[in-house]
Design a protein around this ligand. Structure first.
Ligand code: MIC
Length: 655
């Protein structure tokens, strides 16, 4: 049977289950990626599980998120991560080396392989002909230990690219077009696979831009072929031997088919505060801006900076504009310096920041109150920039650069200059000096973990009780993102390795009293929360499941869930339930008490059961979508308990 690329990747890595849409499958993972904000927890999980050494072909730990060091915390975490990578046999990419996704693409990505990363934008490396997926830290820790990842067999959504991008329209507009058509839930349960003649015009880095924001559609992954362009990219990186061709069979088909005619696209922009809120730039032209921000894994390429540099060359940005340039890898920054693009940007009034995620996750560059920020980043969820009532727009580097010159949102096609076609450098820099190789095992096993005072181990978690009376501490609307559940930003991120401390920030964007009410619920048996559609969209941060769990969350009841957050809830023993009848959402109010009786038996015996609302004479039919494996995880109170039990059994058999 002819196969598409996604099916080929899944088939060659399938270790459990059948390739039937919606059914759970287990996939072998060849490579992993962790970044510092999620990686500290992953390393603590490896320690807690007693893992000796990474079992993958390559696992890399990047330091790119928490790189502003205002006190000891982030710096201590960096040292901890360095010691852990030395201990467990991982690559270590030091602070300043760049954002995980483009650096991984440059140095380690390999066509035909699987990659699992504790960052939702891991799908970016699907541009290399890989099945690259974001996951919670615990799943990545298990993959490092050699375990498969379990996902629901996705549908494959084939997108045929035809035509040719017009001037002033670039890769970012392609993915914004898909978000305009399908919004932030459009990719749930699907891998997006791109094919067709339009690909010829898209460089490997352009494909990275498109693949990266598959996360904003909620997709399981994004896949591109590994063709001559990927060979060229790998050759340029001194790794041509890592290239293999990977294309769909001639008669391959897709579960869903769609076409984007690139010739018909125009500059697009996502308005505050959702990446799915997309309109043509011309519709909001004239809106004043305070900041124009270039960089992040959503526009990481050399050309993304070079094109902006060419646009502003010899001009000055409008008075009062903060024009923030955030290079994404040190290799690329070196070339942008060599080719004088950085000089053009600086002379136009730019502020140059170190290579890393920076303001994309609110680590610096937070906008002023009540001002509009225009960014090439992937997300604009409320408060993510670090400013509570923020107003962030997402666009291409062309739109960001032209708008910086004008001081207001501007359709770049209206600038009366020829469209700059930036040339890639002939021999791009290859620099591995800040990427430490894994230590040989004999040396690695002697390494001690270096734990600073801010690092706290994960507290024990109890099994699922049989009877629960749970007050609903929060009732929320649709599309609640993990940024609202547990914010990022410079204030909160330094506590990623300290669960009791980071829990103080849980849901603070939605309700500042949640922390105290949650803490109180711990002594009375815990609490529940209620959400709308797409609950937990956005990042892979498992802290968004762990912190509420630490504060007594036992049940999350929603209309439906985003993939990674749903899996994270299960991994930490929070039971995710959905309404069988969506209208029942209206029957529950904040403060109601949900009664769950005989719960352990019900969860095991059926995927549907009834819960009662105390004192209201209301019964609600709920369902769970857990596999048998996940039912066991929930009953034990989370994966850590399950793995510990398993290890105990193994060691008693060995004795
Ligand atoms: C993000 O873009 O939201 C992040 C920050 O990279 C997260 C990971 C995190 O919260 O640490 C992600 O995308 O998964």
């Amino acid at each position: 049977m002819p196969l598409n690329i996604t099916e080929k990747l899944i088939k060659s890595h399938l270790v459990e289950g059948e390739m039937v849409t919606g059914k759970e499958i287990g996939l072998k993972i060849d490579q992993t990626l962790t970044q510092d904000a999620t990686g500290t927890m992953v390393m603590l999980e490896l320690e807690a599980m007693g893992v000796e050494r990474a079992q993958t072909e390559a696992s890399a730990q990047y330091v790119d998120h928490n790189i502003i060091q205002v006190d000891n915390k982030n710096a201590d975490d960096h040292l901890f991560l360095q010691s852990a990578t030395r201990r467990f046999g991982l690559y270590y990419s030091r602070p300043g080396n760049g954002v995980s996704h483009p650096v991984h693409m440059q140095r380690l990505a390999k066509p035909g392989k699987t990659l699992l990363g504790s960052d939702s934008h891991t799908c970016a490396n699907g541009c290399m002909g890989m099945l690259a997926m974001g996951a919670g830290g615990m799943d990545v820790a298990l993959a490092i230990a050699g375990e498969p990842i379990y996902i629901k067999m996705p549908k494959v959504w084939g997108i045929k690219l035809t035509g040719k991008l017009p001037d002033w329209v670039s890769a970012k507009d392609v993915i914004l077009e898909l978000l305009r058509r399908h919004d932030v839930k459009g990719g749930v349960g699907k891998v997006i696979e791109y094919y067709g003649p339009g690909l010829d015009q898209l460089s490997a880095m352009d494909r990275h831009v498109i693949a990266n924001m598959g996360a904003e559609l909620g997709a399981t992954g994004t896949v591109f072929p590994s063709d001559e362009e990927i060979r060229r990219f790998l050759k340029e990186q001194g790794r041509e031997e890592d290239w293999v061709e990977l294309t769909a069979d001639i008669d391959a088909s897709y579960d869903i088919e769609e076409e984007i005619n690139l010739s018909k696209l125009e500059p697009l922009i996502a308005k505050p505060s959702s990446p799915g809120n997309v309109v043509p730039v011309s519709e909001v032209a004239g809106t004043p801006i305070y900041q124009s921000y270039i960089g992040s894994s959503a526009n990481p390429g050399y050309r993304d900076f070079a094109v902006a540099a060419e646009i502003v060359k010899g001009k000055t940005v409008a008075n009062g504009i903060s024009f923030d340039i955030n290079p994404t890898s040190r290799q690329m920054l070196t070339d942008l310096v060599k080719e004088s693009h950085i000089a053009s940007l600086l002379q136009a009034g730019a502020r140059l920041h170190q290579a890393g995620c920076n303001g994309c996750i609110g680590m610096g560059q937070a906008p002023a109150t009540g001002r509009n920020s225009l960014r090439t980043t992937p997300r604009n969820f409320p408060g993510r920039s670090g400013t509570q009532e923020d107003s962030v727009y997402l666009c291409s580097p062309e739109t960001a650069a032209v708008s910086a010159l004008k001081g207001e949102i501007t359709d770049p096609r209206t600038l009366k200059i020829p469209y700059p076609k930036s040339k890639e450098p002939e021999n791009p820099t290859v620099d591995t000096s800040l990427l430490d190789e894994p230590l040989p095992y004999e040396e690695a096993k002697k390494v001690e973990l270096h734990k600073g005072p801010n690092i706290a181990s994960i507290p024990p978690m109890d099994a699922l009780p049989d009877e629960l009376d749970l007050p609903v501490l929060l009732k929320m609307d649709d599309n609640i993102s993990t940024d609202e559940i547990l914010a990022g930003g410079a204030r909160v991120l330094p506590y990623r390795s300290n669960l009791p401390e980071i829990s103080k920030f849980a849901f603070e964007i939605i309700d500042k009293t949640y922390y105290t009410r949650g803490m109180d619920s711990v002594t009375t048996g815990g609490h529940a929360i209620v959400g709308g559609f797409n609950y937990g969209q956005g990042s892979s941060r498992e802290h968004a499941a762990l912190a509420p769990r630490f504060l007594g969350l036992r049940v999350a009841l929603a209309k439906d869930f985003a993939r990674i957050h749903w899996q994270n809830l299960v991994n930490f023993g929070v039971l995710p339930l959905t309404f069988v009848n969506e209208e029942d959402y209206d029957q529950i109010e904040q403060g109601d008490i949900l009664q769950l009786n005989d719960l352990r038996k019900k969860v095991q015996q059926s995927s549907e059961f009834t819960i009662n609302v105390k004192g209201k004479n209301v019964s609600i039919q709920v369902s769970h979508a857990l596999s048998q494996r996940q039912v066991d995880v929930i009953l034990q109170g989370g994966l850590i308990n399950l793995v510990k039990e398993r290890l105990k059994k193994v060691s008693s058999i060995e004795k």
